[in-house]
Design a protein around this ligand. Structure first.
Ligand SMILES: O=C[C@H](O)COP(=O)(O)O
Length: 256
C-alpha cells in the first residue's frame, strides 16, 4: 500500500509568529500519526527557516511552494533549488493552478522546474487539474493528459520515485465546492492509468496521487478512502491545527 501524504499549502498566509505556532501545533499533534502517514507543510519562502526550526526533531517535513530552475543569476524575485535546499526544504509544489492561471506558467516552465527539482534530489509535487469550463465541456481527461505529458517530459522512470502528483480541479480550490469522492476517484484512476501507459505498472503503483480542492475535516475520510487517492494537498484547512490535524488523522484511519 502507498503511504499517505497529507500536505499543507499555506499559500501567502500567516505571519512568522502565526506560522511558527501553527507548525509547532501540527508537529505536536501529529507525533503519533507520522509513524503511519507523511506530513508536509509548505509555508511562504521567508518562513522556511523558522518553520524548519519549529519542527526540528519531528517527522514533519517542510517544503516550498515554487522554485526557479536556474541555480543563481539575474532573476529578480526568484528562489533557486540550491537556496531551498540550504534552508531545509525537502519538497517543492510545482504547477499549482495559481502558478498556472494567475502567474501564467506553462507546462514547459513547470517541466524545467520538475526536472531541476528531481536533479537536486528534492521531491516534486506536480499539480494538475482542469478549469470549470473544461470540466463542463468534458475535457478533464484531455487537460490532465496534456499537463502530465508536459510536466513530466524527460522525467525517467527512476526519477518518478521522487514525484508526487496532486489532482486539483481548479473549480474546487478555495471555493468550498469539493469534487465528490467518485469524481476524484475517476480522475485519479485516469492519472494512474496514464502513469502505467507512459511508464510501467510498477511506477503507476508506486506513485502517490493526492487530491486537493476544499479538503476539510468533514470530507477528508471519504476522499482518502478512494482506492486511487493517496493523500491530500490542503489549502485553507491547513492554516489551523484544529482543521489540519483531523485531516491527518483521517489519513491514519484509512491507512489502518
Ligand atoms: O494547494 C492547495 C489547493 O489549492 C487547495 O486549496 P483549498 O484547500 O483552500 O481549496
Amino acid at each position: 500500500m502507498r503511504r499517505y501524504l497529507i500536505a499543507g499549502n499555506w499559500k501567502m498566509n500567516t505571519t512568522r509568529e502565526e506560522g511558527t505556532e501553527l507548525a509547532k501545533a501540527i508537529a505536536a499533534g501529529s507525533s503519533n500519526a507520522t509513524a503511519t502517514v507523511d506530513v508536509l507543510i509548505c509555508p511562504p519562502f521567508p518562513y522556511l527557516i523558522p518553520i524548519n526550526e519549529a519542527v526540528a526533531g519531528t517527522k514533519v517535513q517542510v517544503g516550498a511552494q515554487n522554485c526557479h530552475f536556474e541555480a543563481s543569476g539575474a532573476f529578480t524575485g526568484e528562489t533557486s533549488l540550491e537556496m531551498l535546499t540550504d534552508v531545509g526544504a525537502s519538497s517543492v509544489i510545482l504547477g499549482h493552478s495559481e502558478r498556472r492561471h494567475v502567474f501564467g506558467e506553462t507546462d514547459a516552465d513547470i517541466n524545467q522546474k520538475v526536472l531541476k527539482t528531481l536533479e537536486k534530489g528534492l521531491q516534486a509535487v506536480l499539480c494538475v487539474g482542469e478549469l470549470l469550463e473544461e470540466e463542463e465541456n468534458g475535457l478533464t481527461k484531455t487537460v490532465l493528459d496534456r499537463q502530465m505529458e508536459g510536466g513530466l517530459k524527460d522525467v525517467s522512470a527512476e526519477a518518478m520515485a521522487n514525484v508526487v502528483i496532486a489532482y486539483e480541479p481548479v473549480w474546487a480550490i478555495g471555493t468550498g465546492k469539493t469534487a465528490t469522492p467518485e469524481q476524484a476517484e475517476s480522475a485519479h484512476d485516469h492519472l494512474r492509468k496514464w502513469l502505467e501507459s507512459r511508464y510501467s505498472a510498477d511506477v503507476a503503483n508506486a506513485t502517490r496521487i493526492l487530491y486537493g480542492g476544499s479538503v476539510k475535516p468533514n470530507n477528508a475520510e471519504d476522499l482518502l478512502s478512494q482506492p486511487n487517492v493517496d493523500g491530500a494537498l490542503v489549502g485553507g484547512a491547513s492554516l489551523t491545527s484544529e482543521n489540519f490535524l483531523p485531516i491527518i488523522e483521517a489519513g491514519v484511519k484509512v491507512s489502518s
